[in-house]
Design a protein around this ligand. Structure first.
Ligand code: SF4
Length: 683
């Protein structure tokens, strides 16, 4: 008899964290149905949620460890591969642990991520551990922690439905976070006004009451001008500023330099529209800011984030439902990867490496004398590999050869390593460059937790057995640590729930999130200090998360992109995601999704295309100082003249062949993925 069952879990794509049910037939996942009782998506999913499961049983799955010899992969036993990895890590752990680096996977459950950072710290004694938030929402962590005391969203997702006014800047949530976008539509139906500020007339902008087009990389000038208008019209919330914040005068002094003429010159936005939107934002009873990577992926991403925080504090729009600063996290568990301590500066629960008491606590727990100096960030590790200072890189489920800026630089860096270890499901662009590949179990094949962008921790259930020949991520890393000679009592888990128990013990913010509570469909929001506390999603009600309880305004000046257009490279390239794709290794192996959009394209303004004689749908050459690609032209008026856009998912026309890895945000080490100078020509 055919057995069909439904196993509840969480979608592995964007940070919205929708509930799904795996449809399992005779022990194999054959489909996905929305989880009707789930509080986030209430029985709906987007195309990725519906069809994004198809990669799970794809014939490309890696099922045998591989070791490269003379440039070719050969199959190896688990014993051989694990011993090789462990002995190479141990060689440097015993002599110079800073020659080792670890990338954790923001799509993997929290428990796997926690063990990745534990292998780095407790296994090898290095703080060199990071993940892809560095190049997506690193500025959110830095910018909101500086202003609000916590680098996370201020409100839960449901809150947006109660907003009166939504200022959405640098977020195309209708494509990148569609079920959050559905909540915005509900807010509009409830009477909210939506303003979308973006260089592209995106599907989200098309829903808006007002679309504010402005030039890529000028967000700070735009928001400083809004702040000046609000203050000049005496619309600031004096009581909130006096009682709940500090640093207002310093912030005001800088913002007042941005009059409308100056802002219009920098941003190329309509000054009357800037004024109108600023006044409406300030007058609204509950005004919410929504942003995503359009704000963060800049060399001044943290400044952009702090500008959103300045606007919200100026108008008293923090600590209340329907308001706040709502960053939409990209990958499903990028919030969790930050939370779990896959950061070179923070242990689990944002406990600081530089705090000697905290490092003492973790040195004791991990039986390893750990440094109080933060380790290298993701981008710094790749640069250290490039210069020969990093010898071994252990990559858990990330694909930097496709997703990091400047692919040529990334490949050169990897070629310089003594060993690249990749723990993966598929032969990704990065795995192809590896020395050792460790085949891992994937989504649907393991238990654990994801944390969505609204800080909701949710339990994942296993729906099918992993393919024979693969191992669970945490078991692989546990085995590596033990083979390095680390004590078994440090790496001793029976299951993911035991790892979660250790996380609770070490991180006060999660102590209240017991395994029993996680089994409920609604999960639990952090911070949650007490198992009896309901732990509501709203943060900063009454006081901010800084020790003195005050929010801190930040004076920020417009800096603009590092690489500006010139005669040779007159166009600004921005990179984006599209509705049907996400992480290429997964969605490009989902037939239904890949059939919808089977390859990449470059969006170019009609005038820019006409100047070059480029026709819609013809193949063109796009080139920058780093490299060139051939790609199909999509000629459109939906993008501002002077700006071009390439979705980042496609290996055969990879946007990151063109992007710039030299342009750091000094506050968080973000590289400038949203703005570099390129040119486009006919082939
Ligand atoms: Fe998955 Fe995001 Fe779509 Fe929800 S909105 S189904 S989490 S991709």
């Amino acid at each position: 008899m055919v057995e069909i069952k439904y196993v509840p879990s969480i979608c592995p794509y964007c940070g919205t964290g929708c509930g799904i049910n795996f449809v399992v037939k005779d022990g194999k996942i054959i489909g996905v149905e929305p989880w009707k009782r789930h509080p986030v998506n209430e029985g709906k999913v987007c195309p990725k949620g519906s069809f994004g499961y198809q990669f799970i049983n794809h014939p490309d799955r890696l099922t045998t460890p591989l070791i490269k010899e003379n440039g070719e992969f050969r199959e190896a036993s688990w014993d051989e591969a694990l011993d090789l990895v462990a002995s190479t890590l141990k060689k440097y752990a015993d002599t110079d642990p800073n020659k080792l680096g670890f990338y954790a996977c923001a799509r993997s459950p929290n428990e796997n991520i926690y063990i990745t950072q534990k292998l780095a710290r407790a296994g090898c004694g290095t703080q060199n551990v990071d993940h892809c938030a560095r190049i997506c929402h690193g500025p959110t962590v830095a910018g909101l922690a500086t202003t609000f005391g916590s680098g996370a969203s201020t409100n839960g997702y449901d809150s947006i439905e109660e907003a009166d006014f939504i200022f959405c800047i640098g977020s195309n949530n209708m494509e990148a976070h569609p079920l959050f976008g559905r909540k915005i539509i509900r807010a509009i139906n409830n009477g909210a006004k939506l303003v979308v500020a973006d260089p592209r007339f995106t599907p989200t902008a098309k829903l808006a009451h007002e679309y504010m087009q402005f030039k890529t990389g000028t967000d700070v000038a735009l928001m400083n001008a809004m702040i000046k208008i609000i203050i000049e019209n005496d619309l600031q919330d004096d009581e909130f500023i006096a009682n709940r914040t500090k640093g207002y005068e310093e912030m005001k002094e800088v913002a007042m330099k941005y009059d409308l003429d100056k802002a219009a010159e920098i941003t190329e936005a309509d000054p009357e529209q800037i004024k109108r939107v600023a006044i409406e934002y300030a007058k609204a009873d509950k005004a919410a800011i929504v942003y995503s990577l359009g704000i963060t992926e800049h060399s001044h991403g943290a400044d952009n984030v702090m500008s959103t925080a300045n606007l919200a504090m100026l108008t008293g729009n923090v600590g209340k439902i329907g308001a706040g600063v709502n960053p939409l996290r990209g990958q499903n568990n990028v919030q969790g990867a930050c939370d779990m301590g896959a950061l070179p500066s923070d242990y689990v629960g944002y406990q600081k490496v530089v705090n000697p008491e905290i490092t003492k606590k973790f040195s004791e727990a991990y039986q390893m004398d750990l440094p109080t100096t933060p380790g290298l960030t993701l981008v710094e590790m790749m640069n250290a590999a490039h210069s020969g200072d990093l010898k071994v890189l252990y990559i858990h489920g990330e694909d930097p050869v496709l997703s990091d800026a400047d692919i040529k630089h990334t490949k050169e860096a990897i070629a310089n390593l003594e060993m690249l270890i990749v723990q993966e499901l598929f032969m990704t662009d990065t795995a192809a460059e590896a020395d050792v590949i460790l085949p891992a179990a994937g989504w649907g094949e393991q238990e654990g937790t994801f944390t969505s962008g609204e800080r909701r921790v949710q339990w994942l259930r296993k729906a099918q057995e992993p393919p024979e020949g693969t191992m669970l991520d945490w078991k692989i890393m546990e085995e590596v640590a033990v083979r390095m000679g680390r004590p078994r009592e440090l790496f001793h888990y029976e299951n993911a729930a035991e790892i979660w128990e250790e996380i609770r013990e070490l991180a006060p913010s999660y102590y209240g999130i017991t395994h029993e509570r996680l089994l409920a469909p609604e999960g639990v929001h952090w911070p949650c200090l007490d198992p009896e506390d309901p732990c509501e999603p709203l943060m900063h009600k009454g006081k901010f998360a800084h020790p003195d309880g005050l929010g801190v305004f930040q004076a920020v000046e417009h800096r603009g992109p590092v690489e500006v257009p010139d005669e040779e490279y007159p166009l600004i390239l921005t990179t984006t995601r599209i509705l049907f794709h996400y992480h290429a290794a997964m969605t490009r192996r989902c037939e239904t999704l890949d059939n919808e959009v089977p390859t990449g394209f470059i969006e170019i303004n009609t005038e820019d295309a006409a100047e070059r004689g480029i026709l819609n749908n013809e193949m063109v050459k796009a080139y920058s100082r780093r490299g060139e690609i051939e790609i199909k032209a999509h000629v459109t008026d939906d993008i501002k003249k002077g700006i071009v856009n390439i979705p980042m998912h496609f290996t055969e026309c990879a946007a990151n062949m063109l992007t710039n890895s030299d342009s750091f945000d000094p506050k968080c080490k973000m590289v400038e993925l949203k703005a570099c100078a390129i040119n486009v020509s006919k082939l």
